[in-house]
Design a protein around this ligand. Sequence first.
Ligand code: HEC
Ligand code: HEC
Ligand code: HEC
Ligand code: HEC
Ligand code: HEC
Length: 466
Amino acid sequence: MNAFSTLSFETAPAVRIARERYGSERSSTAAPRRCEMGGGVHVGPAFAFGPGLGSGVEGESADRSDMSLRAAALLLLTTLALAAGCDDEPETPTVIEAPEPPRAAIDIDDPSACASCHATVVEEWRTSMHAHAHHDEDPLYGAMRRFRMEREGPELASGCAQCHGPRDPSDPDSPASRVGVGCAACHGLASVDRGEGSRMGARALTYSQSGAMRGPHDVPASAPAPHGVGDAAPWITDGRTLCLVCHDAVSNPQGVANCTTGAEHAQAGADQSCTSCHMPQVEGASGAVSSRATHRSHAFMGPHHLWREGEQGTAFMASAVSATPSLTGTSLAVTLRNRTQHAMPSGFPGRMVVVRAIGFDEAGAEVWRSFREDPMTEDPDAVLNKVYVDAEGAPTMPPYATEIARDNRLRPDEARQLTWTVPSSVTRAEIQLIFRLLPPSAARALGLSEDPVAQPRPLLAVTVTR
Ligand code: HEC
Ligand code: HEC
Ligand code: HEC
Ligand code: HEC
Ligand code: HEC
């Protein structure tokens, strides 16, 4: 769909900004334009702001950017002519042209530079872990990175930044890296090439030299954007190829699988894309330059949203699993069904969900609990997690493991029943699902025990009465 055709008269903010930016004006002659009334399509002179930025799709000839850089006034004139009916041969209009603009009209690695035109997605993105993927912004990643660099050497840093700072992995502290997984990492791409499938992070990405931003829509070169534009990017529209660049599967040097979200999703024969769940359609336009009534959320909701304000994230997380309890005689049970299309929990190998059951008597007093201190020793079936061990069989961090000793997570689509025997005095029971980003032992090793990320958070709770 040609989104621009429906919104070309609603770009006042972009036009105003452009005019402010290129305020000093002089006259010149516009290139001829073509006008097709029937389809409502118009092609004006290429309207772009930066040499080499304008033509949009990578590899296109320089012609279109050579058609030169017009200031906002040109668009307004063209627009007025079109609005007036676009009859006959256009006379040569007098246009006001900007002086040579700087090479990049905006810094594509600065998400604040997008806000005037795409405000809603910028705000959403700021709440996402993609905006907190740099080691100074994410205490857990920062601590793990430090821990590993002390043991494995400083060379590790650029490897981590392949995915945590993909715009400039060779310098994890440059401004572009500090942004984390920013707009340009996903939209400033000329191509995605995973090789045989093992190439991940920035190694799989070729950035557009022209600074073109490609999204889910075909945007014609005439769009008044301060960045190049282009056709819809297939790796974006299929809802998964782009995500798998960083979320597919990573093994440690010993060949032991660490993160496997993409592989889990593929094995499950999933029929929903990553974006259909993680970028749901939400009300409202994506920003001032869009006339669409909805857009896909850029909050990239996931477990970290349980640690943040806001019900949206809690509701998203609760959608991960359904829990159906029953209480008959002295048997308490809950059936858990994984509603994601990958394992639950997925992703970072330290995640765990602990299922805790508490029984109350007629008077409402607590008379029973499925565990008191340590669920891994008292009720291990009720812990949905992975355990990594070294060659001696001792638990270790995933990067150093030689084996996965246990993977008790819910598989995609799995329904699993947990059962407990409770005292007959129990007339009501509550079953709680509790999420942890990392096990307490790892939090201690990383010096994070007091950090909020090391505290458990409720995922959901259900009650059942006899
Ligand atoms: C992790 C990758 C990723 C990041 C980071 C990202 N986007 Fe997107 N963006 C997407 C995907 C995927 C879509 C398309 C969703 C769909 O419609 O299927 C999209 C869609 C869009 C759209 C089209 C919205 C519409 O109206 O339909 C705009 C505009 C956009 N992004 C701007 C931005 C800006 C600005 C930033 C930075 C603040 C950003 N994006 C960060 C992946 C990303
Ligand atoms: C002065 C206004 C303006 C600014 C600032 C701006 N853009 Fe745009 N952008 C546009 C216009 C106009 C379009 C084309 C209309 C559309 O498709 O929404 C566009 C289109 C896009 C698209 C394609 C959207 C789609 O629907 O496929 C992406 C992605 C995008 N911009 C990203 C960015 C990013 C990232 C930044 C900041 C680095 C940015 N833009 C800054 C005006 C702007
Ligand atoms: C360039 C690499 C990269 C790409 C591409 C990418 N991600 Fe991410 N994503 C990350 C990193 C790195 C993190 C973790 C950041 C952290 O916790 O420090 C992350 C975190 C997440 C999270 C976890 C959020 C939370 O609250 O815990 C979700 C969900 C997610 N990404 C979804 C997506 C989706 C959907 C796509 C495709 C549209 C995508 N990502 C594309 C690198 C990427
Ligand atoms: C049917 C909906 C659905 C689909 C499809 C889906 N997810 Fe998820 N995903 C969820 C839910 C709900 C959660 C939260 C529960 C959890 O952490 O496992 C989640 C969690 C995640 C996390 C967080 C893991 C962590 O603990 O940091 C990442 C990353 C992620 N998904 C990426 C993806 C990617 C990439 C795809 C596509 C290959 C995908 N998801 C497909 C629903 C979905
Ligand atoms: C191939 C891409 C990739 C590389 C390389 C990578 N990561 Fe990540 N990392 C991710 C993604 C994607 C996530 C997001 C969430 C998930 O899947 O759970 C993540 C999440 C994390 C988390 C959890 C953060 C949190 O807040 O929950 C830690 C810790 C982490 N990475 C450490 C590292 C370290 C240290 C390195 C370098 C040795 C590294 N990562 C290299 C992709 C990568």
